[in-house]
Design a protein around this ligand. Structure first.
Ligand code: ATP
Ligand code: MG
Length: 570
């Protein structure tokens, strides 16, 4: 490909709307352009990267026994009403009407469509298991589309659905996908971790997420270096350490005047009460009912765990006005003593003695509050986020935390959809049974962004070789110098013959501009042809990630390049 003909409109300035590096770089390097919030056009370089990711995904899905289909994006509301998700999906679903005023959705996911499809044409155990997948656009009207391709409203996903006769069958399919996903992210040459995940609204029980490690990742994970345990902090089990304060004697409760002191930090500064000796009281609406959650002062409530404990459909923070009316105090002065709400406490709180909390009266706190004597909880559960230093629930070693980008997610669905959508089959004895399902997604466009995020340096993107848009870029230093250009063109022809994916930068630009662009778009190998190439018959080869260049005789370049690419793909 000639750079002069390639459509890659690079930008010198950092686009102001882009917060994370990958988003900035994909815009600057001319890979993507925004159409509207969360909706992007993919330009030629991006299209090449996406195709390579899709090819690897496709190969691994096929190898695992998947069969590719293409399912409709426009989906009738009836199917979603039947599964009950027309309401549950809420505002995240893009909805539209046809000319007859009938309701439709743009597919955010495809359980409804595929389960109905399989139900219509698969009736016997003989035709199971069945693994069907597709790669296409998904539509989700995300509340906060951001970070470019990371959280789009239109994005590319690979989704596979497995149909089995029983749980054991599902275990086999799930394991196949687990393995296939590992192969995929290894082949993509990304640093990632597999973690236990919360299966959220999709339901089911077992679920794993594949996280590309990156400081700017939206998700936080904890992992153990001693064993294999890893989990999304949404899900990570916080096991109870040995009670440390058990021996402490209960002191008499006191009410103290704390004018203007509203936060945990305030109370630390004002009265020197350590955060571990305070508790946070958080008030939520669990569906219609107001409830309270208590965690230690230095911990974060985990809303997902709390929601699971309560078993409610919706959980959201109460507004201060409602809280004040019912509890007698604003957010900064709440506590469990005399609180007229069901109060749920974190496991850790159950071990605390003589702690400080709001007195349900503005500008007052209690100190030396104790469980049992001063209040009775409605439940004692693990409802906080795990943090670095917590002990591993498997082997008790200390856990570490880091951030990641969720690129893949696999779930066991069980019979959740097959039952409501009546996807049954006849077993060997002619009995009707619901199929047992799993679903498995990879965010293709998000994976591209995650790769750009993970590899980037101060000069631009560093694509892993297997998904780089081109493998090699040839840069003649002076495009006005005919000899240099001739040497560059003949090398380019040779590379083409060899099947190397090559760009030749034939633009009439200064060498500095060409080098900057080559770095920015992240081509793994750069070959520079300058005056020395002609005098000494040598060219410079530089890896995108290396500081130094290697000098190679002109007639040995293509074999050297092939060898380097081979090594880089190992
Ligand atoms: P998230 O928690 O990030 O919203 P999810 O759990 O809703 O993700 P799934 O429904 O499991 O996502 O979708 C499968 C995969 O699709 C995800 O692992 C992710 O890689 C990708 N994905 C989901 N939502 C988006 C989005 N808005 N933009 C880009 N990719 C997405
Ligand atoms: Mg989501």
């Amino acid at each position: 490909m000639k750079a002069s003909e390639l459509f890659f409109p690079t930008l010198r300035e950092v686009p102001s709307e882009a917060e994370v590096l990958s988003h900035q770089l994909l815009l600057r390097a001319g890979f993507i352009r925004k159409a509207t919030a969360g909706v992007y056009s993919y330009l030629p370089l991006a299209s090449r990267v996406l195709k390579k990711i899709m090819n690897i995904v496709r190969e691994e899905m096929d190898r695992a026994g998947g069969q590719e289909v293409i399912l409709p994006i426009v989906q009738p509301a009836e199917l979603w009403k039947k599964s009950g998700r027309w309401e549950v999906y809420g505002d995240e679903m893009f909805r539209l009407k046809d000319r007859h005023n009938r309701d439709f959705a743009l597919g955010p996911t495809h359980e409804e469509i595929i389960t109905t499809l399989v139900d219509a044409d698969v009736h016997s155990y003989r035709h199971l298991p069945l693994l069907l997948y597709q790669i296409q656009n998904k539509y989700r009207d995300e509340i906060r589309p951001r970070f470019g391709l990371m959280r789009g409203r239109e994005f590319i996903m690979k989704d596979l659905y497995s149909f089995d006769i029983d749980e054991e069958g599902l275990d086999v399919s799930y394991h196949k996908m687990y393995e296939a996903y590992n192969r995929i992210f290894q082949r993509l040459k990304l640093q990632y971790r597999v973690v236990e995940a919360d299966s959220g609204a999709i339901g089911g029980n077992e679920s794993h997420e594949f996280m590309v490690l990156a400081e700017n990742g939206e998700a936080e994970i904890v992992y153990c270096e001693n064993c294999d345990y890893g989990a999304n902090t949404e899900k990570a089990v916080c096991s109870l350490e040995e009670p440390k304060a058990a021996e402490e004697e209960q002191l008499e409760r006191e009410k103290v005047h704390t004018p203007g002191q509203r936060t945990i930090q305030d109370l630390l500064d004002y009265m020197n009460i350590p955060k571990e000796k305070q508790i946070k009281t958080l008030i939520y609406y669990a569906d219609e009912e107001l409830v309270a959650a208590l965690v230690r002062g230095d911990r974060e409530l985990n809303e997902i765990k709390f929601k699971n404990v309560l078993g409610c459909n919706q959980l959201f923070m109460a507004d201060e006005a409602a809280v004040k009316q019912l509890c007698g105090a604003g957010f900064g002065s709440l506590g469990p003593v005399g609180l007229p709400l069901k109060t749920y406490i974190d496991l850790e709180v159950s071990q605390m003695k003589n702690f400080a909390c709001g007195a349900n009266e503005d500008d007052y706190h209690f100190i030396n509050v104790n469980l049992g004597r001063d209040f009775t909880p409605a439940g004692i559960n693990d409802i906080r986020n795990a943090v670095t230093g917590d002990s591993c629930p498997v082997c008790s070693a200390p856990l570490y935390s880091m951030r990641g980008i969720e690129v893949g997610h696999i779930f066991k669905l069980g019979t959740k959809y097959s039952e409501v959508l009546e996807a049954n089959y006849l077993d060997q004895k002619g009995r009707e049974k619901p199929m047992v399902m799993g679903c498995y997604g990879i965010g293709i466009s998000r994976t591209m962004a995650a790769a750009a995020e993970q590899g980037a340096d101060e000069n631009g993107i560093v694509w892993p070789l297997p998904i780089a848009p081109f493998e090699v870029i040839i840069v003649p230093v002076n495009s006005k110098n005919e000899e240099q250009m001739q040497a560059a063109w003949s090398l380019y022809e040779e590379f083409k013959q060899e099947g190397l994916e090559t760009i030749i930068d034939d633009r009439d630009e200064r060498a500095g501009v060409k080098f900057k662009d080559a770095d920015l778009i992240g081509i793994p190998l750069r070959i520079t042809i300058g005056p020395r190439s002609l005098q000494e018959k040598q060219v410079e080869i530089k890896k995108r990630t290396a500081k130094d260049v290697e000098l190679v005789p002109l007639d040995a370049v293509s074999s050297r390049v092939k060898l380097m690419l081979k090594e880089m793909s190992k």
